[in-house]
Design a protein around this ligand. Structure first.
Ligand SMILES: [Mg+2]
Length: 376
């Protein structure tokens, strides 16, 4: 695949979408999400779409929608304009001098991959090297007001066919909700995610979770605290999974060396795009570490990119690629992502493999930015 591409116009659309069900994590509650859609247009007139799925607040990662807007509009889009390229790796190299800001980079990188796949007449998954034609999806459930509310949510998702359920945990909402869900579903693939809220003082409490046969305990400690993750992993059977800790392939190498994880959550946004996400997958696979694809409540564009990435061979655990309808009444792509009995089909059409609903995007746009001939 060596079609030469040149981006002649680049646009950002800040789009606000209402959530079907308010979501509570250890740090915040949300009724709608603003994500930035990235649209790159090639000299041929073809477009590639990507999604900057940053939270509005700097609680999951240091970035916000505002900081992403600044970095994408002032640094990333100007860097990719009018530059010939044949593979997305070459564009990733162009913006490598921008430190961090992985969510902003991820949206631009994904748009470049979609453009590249389309120009070479292959599905995005094929361009990435994926072989799987379907992906098993898991769902993630927030902190509910009561354990009964949580059980109702679990009932709904299990009835919908999702084979894996992840529970957000936080101090005061950990051992007891897990015990209740495990009692109701003895064989369910169940895992917990703490988003880094515990400290070394909580080691004993986290060890109590070992008796519930969880598939993994995800990111119990702060992102940079790899040593305590390694300490916990030495004392429990349950695999420790890292999410926030791994922003670069170098972070992964360090964590592997420290034996701080047995499972890796790869998020396209957190790693800075499909290019580094693919590399992290390859490293983890070489180290015998199973991976799965985490989500940031993406709209359809980012969601489909996650599905395509999850088609790579090392994604052996269910990914956060549940159906659009779990989050959004109507999605920005057509058709929306659907899960049948917890399984999502990898799109077989070229490029993104779904049509982008421009009318819906326009109706929900709260800000726009454009670079290209008509702006000069
Ligand atoms: Mg997580």
């Amino acid at each position: 695949m060596s079609t030469e591409l040149k981006i002649v116009a680049a646009r950002l659309h800040r789009v606000r979408m209402p959530l079907v069900h308010e979501f509570q994590t250890s740090s915040h509650r949300k009724a709608f999400l603003d994500h930035i859609l990235v649209e790159l247009e090639d000299a041929s007139g073809a477009t590639g779409w990507g999604e900057i799925a940053s939270s509005s607040d700097p609680y999951y990662a240091p970035e916000t929608v505002e900081s992403c807007w600044h970095i994408a509009s002032q640094y990333l889009l100007p860097a990719v304009l009018d530059r010939p390229w044949t593979h997305p790796d070459q564009l990733a190299a162009v913006w490598s001098k921008v430190r961090g800001n992985n969510f902003a980079k991820a949206g631009v990188d994904t748009a470049a991959w979609v453009l590249y796949a389309g120009a070479n007449s292959v599905p995005l998954a094929t361009a990435l090297g994926g072989k799987r034609t379907e992906v098993v999806a898991g769902v993630s459930l927030g902190i509910e007001p009561t354990i009964d509310d949580l059980l109702t949510q679990v009932d709904t998702q299990v009835a919908a066919g999702y084979p894996r359920v992840k529970l957000k945990i936080a101090p005061g909402w950990d051992v007891e909700p897990v015990r209740a869900v495990r009692a109701a579903y003895p064989d369910l693939d169940l895992h917990v995610d703490a988003n880094g809220i515990y400290t070394a003082d909580d080691l004993k409490l986290l060890q109590e979770l070992d008796e519930f046969g969880l598939t993994m305990i995800e990111q119990p400690f702060a992102p940079r605290d790899l040593l305590t993750h390694a300490r916990l992993q030495r004392t429990i059977e349950t695999p420790v999974c890292l999410d926030e800790s791994i922003e670069t392939v170098d972070d992964l190498q360090t964590a592997l060396q420290l034996e701080a994880l047995q499972v890796l959550n790869i998020k396209v946004s957190r790693m800075g795009g499909l290019t580094p996400a693919r590399e992290a997958h390859d490293r983890a696979q070489a180290a015998g570490i199973p991976v799965w694809c985490g989500g940031m409540h993406e709209f359809g564009i980012g969601r489909v990119a996650n599905v395509a990435l999850s088609s790579l061979a090392g994604f052996t655990l269910p990914s956060d690629v549940s159906a659009s309808e779990k989050y959004y009444a109507r999605d920005v792509i057509e058709p929306a992502v659907v899960a049948v009995e917890g399984v999502v089909q990898v799109p077989g059409g070229t490029g993104l493999g779904h049509a982008v609903d421009r009318a819906l995007i326009e109706a929900n746009t709260v800000a726009e930015f454009a670079l290209g001939p008509e702006q000069e």
